[in-house]
Design a protein around this ligand. Structure first.
Ligand code: TXD
Length: 314
């Protein structure tokens, strides 16, 4: 990694992208280049963020641009560019549209920063990690999807509220795809080391896991236009932090499995050690039959998205 100032490119200056940029500079992590296809949008948000620097006691630069040459030499690229689902659009329509967008933006950004780590945020998440892997040809250690960190943060909040304890003491273990197919593992989720099933009934745990699975939809329902962005941005930033600061945090991330968890060639959310080399290790835990089946179902839904994308290109 480059010595001296660190540089993170955030692609997409919408809700998640701009908030990610804000958190990166205001937590003193790195300089940021914010890039979007819309002219003026990244420039305006970047200038606004830069003007807040004296108030947050940081000296990081925030550059807004529509030109990929400004992103050259980035240590990390966070991909949030994409469309949200519009009325009348099917999930598959969105898949194909965002496939085109992610392919275009990641190809240009990777050309400028061939050694960068890529953190994908755009939905459908697991499928977009496949697109980024194929477009760049980067090794799987450097192409990582953000979903599990968000899902587990949501689960932690719901558990903490239910028990009336600090969120800090709650640790939640999730596997699998983002949203509907997320696989929570209550027996490996703890409150200050105490397994969750000792503190909550199976029924309550199921209810909290369900709320977590629908966590994105719950917020869309409240906001009416747009989806969650504060917690998604924080989740992406915690991954950036773990890589840039070589923290080796154990975080659930969407990575390409090559035989781990008996899955080969599909991007699935699993616990990994994230450090200066990106995904430094995939942690495999022994699953019960029911958990393995749920994980397989989750990975099959990723396979069907990958097939839809292949057919669209054929
Ligand atoms: O857990 C997760 N992974 C997620 C994923 C949590 C929250 C949001 N998630 C997804 O992230 C969401 O479904 C979207 O696919 C992305 C971005 O969400 P956001 O809320 O930030 O969407 P916005 O506000 O619509 O911003 C998208 C921006 C917008 O400014 C567009 O102009 C830009 O993307 N965009 C592009 N930028 C560059 N290049 C191209 N081609 C482009 N197309 C659109």
């Amino acid at each position: 990694m480059a010595v001296g100032r660190r540089k993170v490119t955030v692609i997409g200056a919408g809700n998640v992208g701009a908030t990610t940029a804000q958190r990166i500079v205001e937590s003193n992590l790195a300089d940021v280049v914010l890039i979007d296809v819309v002219e003026g949008l990244p420039q305006g948000k970047a200038l606004d963020l830069a003007e807040a620097a004296p108030l947050h006691y940081h000296d990081h630069t925030v550059v807004g641009t529509n030109d990929y040459s400004d992103t050259a030499g980035s240590d990390v690229i966070v991909v949030t560019a994409g469309l949200a689902r519009q009325p009348g659009m099917t999930r598959d329509d969105l898949l194909i549209k965002n496939m085109g967008i992610v392919r275009a933006v990641v190809g240009q950004a990777a050309g400028q920063s061939p050694d960068a780590f890529i953190i994908v945020v755009t939905n459908p998440l697991d499928a977009m990690v496949h697109v980024a892997l194929e477009t760049t040809g980067f090794p799987r250690e450097r192409v990582i999807g953000m979903a599990g960190v968000l899902d587990s943060a949501r689960f932690r909040v719901f558990i903490a509220r239910e028990l009336g304890v600090s969120v800090v003491d709650v640790s939640a273990f999730v596997l699998g795809g983002h949203g509907d197919t997320m696989v929570p593992l209550p027996r490996l989720s703890t409150v200050a080391g105490i397994p969750l099933p000792e503190l909550l009934s199976a029924e309550r745990i199921d209810a909290l896991a369900d709320r977590t699975r629908n966590g994105g939809a719950e917020i869309v329902g409240l906001l009416k236009s747009g989806s969650a962005f504060y917690a998604p941005a924080s989740s992406a930033v915690s991954m950036v932090d773990s890589i840039l600061n070589d923290r080796k945090r154990v975080l659930p991330c969407a990575v390409l499995l090559q035989g781990e968890y008996k899955i080969d060639g599909l991007v699935v959310g699993v616990p990994v050690v994230l450090g200066a080399s990106g995904v430094e290790r995939i942690i495999e835990v022994k699953l019960t039959d029911a958990e393995q089946t749920a994980l397989r179902t989750s990975s099959e839904s990723v396979r069907s998205l990958v097939e839809t994308m292949r057919n669209a290109q054929a």
